[in-house]
Design a protein around this ligand. Structure first.
Ligand code: GDP
Ligand code: IMO
Ligand code: MG
Length: 423
């Protein structure tokens, strides 16, 4: 079997958690391959709402194996809080959740460094989630990191050394902080982490594939936040793209199957950085309110704008997307007309290829399509789609060159429409 990958094509928060939950019944295993508690993946079903940060979104679908892969950065304390909250609601994960020994740990001082670096950037700050993601990946790449597997050997000594390095940087930055309480809780959480199966996940995943078990890899963030191809430097610190699944799980590129690319019917971004189709008017505010566009964990207001097909085509190309999934279509239910950016005008020239920089000189060129003015939230099948909505889908499929196989019309698991397939 091959690993199917589901990943975000925009700036994150596309609705990955919801769709992973919906697709999980078709899989034996769900695995996260990058990112960490900067993610906030929302799932809604049976009138309950759950937000997952480090734990894969397959855990609610009856006894499936869930894996936190080597490409993830894990904060033991936030992980403990997340897992304990789930246990309190009747979901004991200790038997169904495996954690890679090669996943890197986020230390309390990584969180402080994240804040200190942001403070030192002033107006140029990235608007990180403040969870220590950048500093933890920095230590990984500079070969100073601590890994989950280190918990099993000589941990204390390594921890003290890593912390001392961080303290020296923070002193040089003149940054004052107090982590006494945080550190106590963090250290206590290490023992909690040991209750889970700490595994060599690359072997386990490849064994699953040999045994013909199906694996779904769950991306975090989105392609436009990728460290290499996103709107650098306003990005996260991992490869959010399909290739990140190979390095983050130890899966060969030859073993990648379907690539599900997920996008909103419009576009959002949280944090700083360029966003060519951002709306600063009434329409942007309307999308924000109708879509409840506030961070699932931080509560930060998400910036809203029209769909950007230049950026989407780029994301489809980089990831080799084979199927598209369109989310939050219902948010546009009341709009008279809908715009889609088909090219950028830069210094008077029309550009259709996503450029090196997407600064302020970009003027989006829009196509305007009629809205459907219909409440789609209770629809069960594509037979019920209004004509204008079908026209919007056809337009997008023609522009993007990839079929839209799933349409989401609300946050609940049930509000998901699988379209007829021709293959
Ligand atoms: P993720 O990070 O990609 O998993 O996405 P988030 O959970 O951060 O953000 C998506 C938000 O949209 C969550 O609040 C979901 O409950 C919600 N959502 C997902 N799909 C739909 C949809 O089709 N319609 C509406 N109205 N909300 C949706
Ligand atoms: P999910 O998985 C949306 C953004 C932050 C910031 C930048 C860098 O829920 O889609 P970081 O803390 O990673 O160093 O922040 O990336 N960001 C996200 N935006 N959804 C996410 O995850 C994000 N994770 C990070 O807002 O701009
Ligand atoms: Mg999110």
């Amino acid at each position: 079997m091959k690993v199917d990958v589901l990943l975000g094509l925009q700036w994150g928060d596309e609705g990955k958690g919801k769709v992973v939950d919906v697709l999980t019944p078709k899989y034996d295993v769900v695995a996260r391959f990058q990112g960490g508690p900067n993610a906030g993946h929302t799932l809604e079903f049976h009138g309950e709402k759950y937000i997952l940060r480090s734990i894969p979104s397959g855990i609610f679908q009856g006894g499936k194996v869930n894996v936190i892969g080597n490409g993830v950065v894990l904060d033991p304390l936030l992980f403990r809080q997340e897992a304990e909250a789930l246990a309190a609601s009747g979901h004991d994960l200790t038997k169904q959740l495996f954690i890679s020994k090669k996943a890197h740990l986020i230390l309390p001082t990584h969180r402080v460094l994240d804040m200190a670096y942001e403070a030192s950037k002033g107006a140029g700050k990235i608007g990180t989630t403040g969870k220590g993601i950048g500093p933890a990946y920095t230590d990984k790449v500079s070969r100073n990191g601590l890994r989950v597997g280190d918990l099993l050997h000589n941990f204390e000594e390594r921890y003290v050394a890593a912390k001392a390095k961080h303290e020296a940087i923070l002193a040089a930055l003149n940054y004052t902080y107090d982590i006494t309480e945080l550190e106590k809780e963090w250290l206590a959480a290490l023992d909690y982490l040991k209750r889970f199966k700490l595994i060599d996940s690359e072997h386990v995943i490849n064994r699953f594939l040999k045994e013909e078990k199906s694996v779904l890899a769950e991306g975090a963030q989105g392609t436009m936040l990728d460290i290499d191809f996103g709107s650098y430097p306003f990005v996260t610190s991992s490869n959010t793209i399909c290739a990140g699944c190979c390095t983050g799980l130890g899966v060969s590129p030859r073993n990648i199957g379907e690539v599900f690319g997920i996008f909103k019917a419009y576009c959002t971004r949280v944090g700083s950085g360029p966003f060519p189709t951002e709306l600063f008017d009434e329409t942007g505010e309307q999308i924000c309110q109708l879509g409840h566009e506030f961070g699932s964990v931080t509560g930060r207001k998400r910036r809203c704008g029209w769909i950007d097909l230049v950026a989407l085509k780029y994301a489809i190309m980089i990831n080799g997307v084979s199927q598209l999934i369109m989310m939050k279509s219902d948010v546009l239910d009341t709009f008279e007309s809908i715009k889609a950016c088909v090219s950028y005008r830069i210094d008077g020239e029309e550009v259709t290829e996503f450029p090196y920089e997407i600064g302020e000189s970009i003027e989006p060129v829009y196509v305007e399509l009629p809205g459907w003015n219909t409440n789609m939230t209770k629809m069960q099948s594509e037979d019920e789609f209004p004509e204008e909505f079908n026209a919007y889908l056809t337009f997008l499929e023609e522009e993007l060159g990839v079929p839209i196989k799933i349409v989401s019309v609300g946050p609940d698991r049930e509000q998901t429409i699988i379209r007829y397939t021709e293959d």
